[in-house]
Ligand binder design. Structure first.
Ligand code: 9WO
Length: 254
């Protein structure tokens, strides 16, 4: 898979390229990355990429032309390998990103991550060049780079060979549409709080049952919308009847 970031701050992408699972996946050749700086596609000596908004108001906007040229360069570069990229822009007005969309995007050959800065991008560039707008939530950031990094991380960990066996099991738990169950490690008692007895018994069926019950109750408590979308099997309904939501699972989440 190819990631092509159009960004004024290419160094920010080191956060994915240089660390952890995403670094290892790059070393394994599971994806490639290139950045394209709109400043390199300007004509003037000041390498200007921004200008004031028509109609007035505070702040500056990214001009269409340097971004258009950068996107043309990406397109040309990929065309040499007969690839046609899918262009994504990050904005609170986009469709909320989901696990399901990540699983679809992991099969794309080439993804362009168009990263806005300042107060945004000239609307005409977005209309002409963007295939999909994605939101990570209802909040405002200083640029599109962090959402781009989050999308890259989410996709890369789904590429075949990115996760080792130990990591893979963790992935299954979101794939089932439920929130994760709580986890515990040593010591057995920490600040007077004990690890649940069932997890120390070695009864693997009982442990699996406890984890499913915890996942169901936590999801019903914190994200009932996820359960409504997903539906419940008869067995899961029975478990929730015995362990209903309401009782807080932990102090911090209340
Ligand atoms: C900001 C904005 C605010 C309210 C309604 C729509 C909006 N669009 C943008 C926008 O596109 N901003 C650009 C990218 C330029 C300024 C920084 N940008 C940005 C992206 N801020 N916040 C995001 C973002 C992206 C995805 N999920 C959450 C926030």
């Amino acid at each position: 898979m190819r990631f092509e970031a159009v960004t004024l701050f290419p160094e920010m992408f080191d956060a994915v390229l240089d660390y952890g699972i995403t670094r290892r996946a790059l070393d394994r050749g599971l994806y490639r990355f290139k950045s394209w700086n709109p400043r390199d596609f300007t004509d003037d000596p000041h390498r200007t990429v921004d200008d004031r908004p028509y109609g007035g108001g505070p702040g500056m906007l990214m001009q269409a032309e340097p971004l258009d040229r950068a996107l043309n360069a990406v397109q040309q570069d990929l065309a040499r390998e007969s690839l046609k990229p899918w262009v994504v822009h990050f904005s609170p007005r986009g469709r909320p990103l989901t696990h399901q969309r990540v699983m679809e995007m992991k099969d794309m050959a080439a993804l362009v991550l168009l990263c806005g800065r300042y107060e945004g991008i000239d609307e005409r560039l977005l209309q002409r060049r963007v295939d999909e707008e994605l939101s990570l939530g209802d909040f405002v950031l200083s640029g599109g780079e962090l959402p781009a990094l989050a999308l890259m991380d989410a996709i890369i960990r789904q590429l075949p060979g990115a996760l080792n066996a130990a990591d893979s099991a963790v992935e299954d738990s979101f794939a089932n549409g439920l929130l994760d169950c709580p986890h515990f490690t040593r010591p057995e008692v920490w600040q007077g709080m004990a690890v649940p007895e069932v997890l120390k018994g070695g009864n693997h069926a009982a442990i699996a049952q406890w984890r499913l019950q915890q996942s169901l109750t936590i999801t019903a408590t914190h994200r009932p919308d996820l359960l409504a979308k997903r539906g419940l099997s008869k067995q899961e309904q029975d478990i929730l009847a015995v362990h209903p939501p309401g009782a807080p699972q932990n102090e911090a989440a209340r």
